[in-house]
Design a protein around this ligand. Structure first.
Ligand code: GCU
Length: 410
């Protein structure tokens, strides 16, 4: 009996500590402010009047949050192919590794495509956090060459080969007829605050308060990769889904908003500054993200530290910028930091824009139960488990891509 009681106390303590919020952060739904979200459809009566409102929303989010990225002349990009193509996944796929050189950066691509087709295939384009060599254990994959976080001496090493492979369901992607294009985000801009001296920022000088932070730089880099993919015969560049996890999910959303060539946009657990509504102040807040990662957004965004109520937009308007293209927002039950409910509510807040544009939007009146995905023109799921990318997530993305990208020219 005594043992049983002790065990119960222990379990209760564990449950409380595992969901305990860091200081200054709330995981309490009852403490979220009453939501008063700006209307994405302000002044819009029909599909025809949306483009003007879209331009206005884009300009606001660009100027106040991510920052302005420079124009780019595609002709200034050089491509080298020092690494020969190889058979991959026991003959099921081909691995190619061209390198792109632009804006002073060397960006090493890893492209895995099905071996059994000569037709251009649709693709998932997604950054990785610590080098292409972490995505799969195959020794033919080039080691990242620049600064890499959380490694000895900030250098890539063989020890990390395949380390993040559980996050990449390459086998399934290939079996379903898609290619995977992945790139280390640090090739475009290393993820630390150096006052705009490294990565693509180095070439463009010191920014003013409205100029691009690292997330905008990464998003811009994804567009440069898409520039290249338009000339890559193995890939159908009109059917590229841009996908990202966490900070890279914030990035895929901004890439999808800034560049309408992306045919489908996926945010995996992107949280604050991504799919989660800032005005809820649940989990990570604007102040917290701007303090921990001062280089991610433009300086204007710091005005909203602890003042989310004066933000003239919220993240549902970022999501609405993807409309009418298919958009997927995914949350994880234990990822309170990223505010799963705030991610769902933002997707729901973008729904009226999708509907006025004549699409199905997000066919869910309330937040779906855990592991019960909803796939409309907007897809949403909350899966069991923690902040991560799992094969469950990929299964949904592949089904969603099958629904929306299967036919050519969509
Ligand atoms: C931190 C950060 C999040 C971010 C995450 C990640 O937790 O606070 O905003 O999404 O890192 O990128 O892994």
């Amino acid at each position: 009996m005594k043992h049983h009681l002790l065990a119960c106390i222990f379990m209760v303590t564990m449950a409380t500590t595992s969901t305990a919020a860091p200081s200054g952060i709330s995981y309490n739904e009852d403490k979220t402010p009453k939501l008063d979200l700006p209307d994405p459809l302000k002044g819009v009566q029909d599909a025809k009047s949306w483009p003007a409102r879209r331009t206005e929303i884009f300009a606001m989010i660009e100027d106040q949050m991510f920052g302005k990225a420079p124009e780019f002349d595609k002709k200034s990009m050089k491509v080298t192919r020092k690494i020969p193509d190889r058979i991959f996944l026991s003959g099921k796929a081909v691995l190619s590794q061209p390198a792109l050189h632009f804006a002073g950066c060397n960006v090493q691509l890893m492209i895995v495509r099905p071996a059994d087709t000569r037709e251009p295939v649709p693709a998932f384009l997604a950054y990785n956090f610590r080098g292409n060599h972490t995505v799969h254990q195959d020794p033919a994959i080039a080691l990242a060459s620049g600064w890499v976080p959380r490694t000895k001496g900030n250098k890539a090493s063989e020890d990390h080969r395949g380390q993040s492979s559980p996050r990449w369901d390459i086998q399934k992607i290939i079996e379903k007829g898609y290619a995977l294009v992945t790139v280390y985000c640090g090739d475009v801009d290393p993820d630390f605050h150096d006052h705009f001296k490294n990565g693509v920022h180095a070439k463009y000088g010191k920014p003013d308060a409205g100029q691009w932070g690292t997330i905008a730089a990464w998003s811009w880099g994804l567009s440069r990769i898409l520039d290249y993919l338009e000339d890559e015969p193995a890939i159908d560049a009109k059917r590229v889904a841009v996908m990202g996890h966490s900070r890279l999910g914030k990035t895929s959303l901004w890439a999808g908003a800034s560049d309408t060539r992306f045919a489908l946009v996926i945010s995996n657990n992107s949280g604050c500054g991504g799919a989660a509504l800032s005005k809820r102040r649940f989990g990570e807040t604007v102040h917290r993200i701007n303090s921990s990662f001062p280089h991610w957004f433009c300086d204007n965004f710091k005005k909203y530290n602890n003042k989310e109520d004066i933000l003239p937009f919220d993240q549902h308007m970022l999501l609405a910028l993807v409309a009418p293209r298919p958009l997927y927002v995914a949350s994880a039950e234990k990822d309170q930091w990223a505010d799963p409910r705030g991610e769902f509510l933002a997707a729901k807040g973008a729904d009226p824009v999708y509907r006025i544009l004549g699409t199905e939007g997000l066919p869910a009146d309330s937040m779906p139960a855990v592991n019960k995905p909803v796939h409309g023109r907007i897809g949403y799921h909350i899966r069991s488990g923690k902040h991560d990318v799992t094969s469950y997530d990929w299964k949904q993305y592949l089904a969603f891509a099958d629904k929306h990208l299967k036919k050519k020219g969509q």
